[in-house]
Design a protein around this ligand. Structure first.
Ligand code: BGC
Length: 719
């Protein structure tokens, strides 16, 4: 008995010791001393082991898992992840934090609205400012590497991580992702764009093999990455888990070396997606993947053995080390924009920015004039009204100091303006209807939560099929059903039967079908996951303190059968050139809400469209605010190719700008679209081709544009 007790105490002491050790991990400075020496010099001084240290996370797998689990489950948030520290040579480590909702390491950071909500703002300047705030907070926690730039294309709204990207259109994705990258990198943080490439299914992300033809790859799935590399000068790229054309992205030489480096001129380094992102160390390093994250699995010892046996040339290792150090040392020695410290985490300026982003990204889908509401006797319905949700529970989760729920936001505003608010969680539609009957207006907050969508974790990633997947961390994954839950629909029915001033607020990461209930309600807002200040932003929009200006960054179909095929547990998938608005337009299919759609409390009129081409396509248009209050409009320019010799989409987004207009104010905007933006990829010549034919230009406040013109594209003098 005594022995058993002794063993038990010993086990408890050992476990407590391990946990304490895992929690109190050492912290390192990410700055290097000036005069540290050139990269050539540093690499020249390194032993093979020191070189290999540069190429993976600093911990062996078990110690990493212990540190990670102890910190996350004790409520301290994700720990710092270090790679490549070399004290002998004075090289500071790479210090990783996740994004894109904010800084994911530790607790207390600003939680911004999810990327999809920010995509709906169509405001690159706002996104750059968000990037700057994330950059500052990254430095505030002593990190220097941020995986916040997620730009995988929303091919199908069922994708579980839709919330982490900006939308369905490659041009829009590229512009928004570039803005975020530039903002983050303004603070000596290396931004990492992910997941390269074609990672648009979640449940099977570890094994799905994506087949794609050359035009779909070049024209649809890669342009946004290319823009972020070339215009955004992103420091790093994270490879995806999935396979492309039979080869895992983490060892796909065509993607990581031929396209990324040789064609696009990428100067930074490639890191792997976590844990299952490298399958074979030698194949990966030879394909151009520089850093295995987050710990040593297939790099480290296996690579050392391969170097010693001559299976891999030391020169290949040297190349990777030089690439990594060139980027890291440039950033670690660059002049600082400002001092950084913990006071920056969720500081007033950043929280205000999070609120501004939620306001700018909320989309008014439908309004019969009921909105904006008057703050009288307001009924708030639905369990999401009180849920502190900012998105899924995956890698992008941020431990904000607080979250304003929709109910809190509404209550605060309405009571301040002399009204009253009552809430019913909607569990009984009958009870909800009783309350709704007595209210001046009803706001129903329904949609999705981390249970319904998000990152999907499996313990045995290579096993196929739903039955064998083991999920944890609360649900997530792809959506099989794009509609609301039957209980939500029953709630909407019950409330709308007794209250004809009912507004539905949709929470979720992408399209939610409205077919079953959209006609019953007087107003619909897509609020996404609005971040820590989302409730305040929502209330300000509902009650007219802010004029909504968000536009859908994806299409909401009428019939989900019209969407491209999508199988969350696919072992193989084929991505072609059509999805979203290009698919719906090509097949002339009806949509519930078009890409780019979003209403305002004022109205805008478009006129005076003129187009001309002289090496660059110039599109001018006049926009007038024809209503009686100030508002912002997202002016969208689409180009069509009616005379093309090859099959092309009906039209493609090639310019957008968000402008503020006072009541009765009007302004002329000019877009300059470089000829390269009009090109298609000629698969035989293996180059981009601009056709010298008449192109169509259409402009408006959604993809269902209001003004149309055409313009001949003629060769420039140099041709
Ligand atoms: C995700 C990445 C993330 C990484 C680190 C992976 O599972 O796919 O997006 O950056 O984890 O948290």
């Amino acid at each position: 008995m005594l022995t058993a007790l002794f063993i038990l105490i010993a086990i408890v002491v050992v476990i407590a010791g391990l946990v304490a050790y895992a929690l109190n991990y050492p912290r390192y400075d990410s700055r290097a001393a000036p005069g540290i020496g050139s990269v050539e010099y540093l690499v020249g001084c390194m032993t093979t082991d020191e070189k290999l240290e540069q190429l993976s996370g600093d911990l062996p797998s078990l110690r990493f898992q212990l540190r990670y689990a102890a910190n996350v489950f004790s409520g301290r948030g994700a720990p710092h992840v270090y790679a490549g520290q070399n004290t002998r040579l004075g090289i500071p480590p790479l210090v990783f934090t996740d994004g894109p909702r904010g800084v994911a390491v530790g607790t207390g950071a600003t939680c911004f609205p999810v990327t999809m909500c920010r995509g709906a703002s169509w405001d690159p300047d706002l996104e750059r400012r968000i990037g700057e705030a994330m950059g500052r907070e990254t430095r505030a926690i002593d990190a220097n590497y941020s995986a916040a730039v997620c730009v995988n294309l929303l091919r199908h709204p069922g994708w579980g991580r839709a919330q982490e990207t900006y939308g369905e259109d490659p041009y829009h994705l590229g512009v928004m992702g570039t803005a975020l990258t530039k903002g983050i990198q303004a603070h000596n943080v290396m931004a990492c764009v992910k997941h390269f490439a074609l990672n648009s299914i979640e449940n099977s992300r570890f094994y799905v093999d994506v087949e794609v033809d050359e035009r779909a790859l070049r024209e649809v799935y890669l342009p946004h990455f290319k823009r972020i590399v070339q215009e955004g000068e992103v420091a790093s790229v994270m490879s995806a888990y999935n396979r492309v054309r039979g080869e895992f992205c983490g060892q796909n030489r065509e993607l990581l070396t031929q396209i990324l480096r040789q064609e696009w001129g990428f100067q930074g380094f490639v890191s792997s997606d976590w844990v299952h992102g490298v399958r074979d160390g030698i194949a990966s390093v030879e394909a151009g993947l520089d850093v295995e994250m987050p710990c040593k699995q297939h790099y480290g010892a296996p690579l050392r053995d391969a170097v010693h046996s001559g299976t891999i040339a030391l020169a290949t290792i040297d190349e990777s080390v030089s690439r990594v150090l060139r980027t890291r040392m440039r950033v670690a020695t660059a002049e600082e924009a400002q001092p950084y410290g913990p006071h920056l985490l969720a500081c007033a300026e950043h929280v205000e920015l999070a609120q501004e982003a939620a306001e700018a990204g909320t989309v008014l889908l439908k309004n019969d004039g009921t909105l904006p509401l008057q703050p009288g006797n307001i009924g708030v319905f639905g369990h999401l009204a009180t849920l502190e949700t900012t998105g899924d529970h995956g890698s992008s989760a941020v431990q904000a100091p607080y979250v304003i729920t929709p109910l809190e936001g509404i209550r605060c505003l309405v009571e301040k303006r002399g009204g009253t608010v009552r809430h019913d969680d909607g569990a009984s539609p009958f009870e909800a209807a009783k309350l709704a009957k007595k209210c001046d207006a009803a706001v129903i907050v329904v949609g999705l939560s981390a249970e319904d969508e998000g990152e999907y974790f499996v313990l045995r990633p290579d096993e196929y099929g739903e039955a064998r997947q083991l999920t944890w961390i609360g649900g997530g994954g792809d959506r099989f059903d794009l509609g609301l839950r039957p209980t939500d629909i029953a709630l909407i029915r019950a409330v709308t039967e007794v209250n004809q001033r009912t507004v539905v607020v949709l929470v979720g990461g992408s399209a939610i079908l409205v077919g079953d209930w959209g006609d019953w309600v007087q107003g619909v807002l897509a609020a996404f996951y609005g971040g820590m200040a989302g409730g305040t932003a929502l209330a300000r929009i509902l009650f007219g303190e802010v004029n909504p200006s968000g536009k859908l960054p994806f299409t909401i179909p009428k019939d989900p059968k019209d969407l491209p095929p999508f199988d969350p547990f696919a072992r193989q998938a084929r991505y072609d050139r059509y999805h979203g608005y290009t698919l719906f337009e090509k097949r002339d299919l009806p949509v519930a809400y078009a890409f780019g759609h979003g209403l305002s409390y004022t109205t805008f009129a478009y006129s005076e469209l003129t187009v001309c081409f002289d090496e660059i396509l110039r599109v001018s248009v006049r926009i007038a605010n024809t209503g009686d209050r100030a508002g912002a409009e997202v002016v969208q320019v689409y180009i069509g190719f009616p005379e093309s010799a090859v099959d092309r989409p009906t039209k493609l987004l090639r310019g957008f700008e968000k402008i503020d207009l006072q009541a009765a104010e009007s302004r002329t905007l000019t877009f300059e679209i470089p000829a390269e933006e009009l090109a298609y990829y000629d698969t035989e010549a293996r180059e981009w081709c601009v056709e010298h034919v008449t192109h169509s230009v259409s402009v408006g406040g959604s993809s269902q544009t209001s003004l149309h013109a055409s313009c001949a594209i003629i060769p420039g003098v140099e041709e």
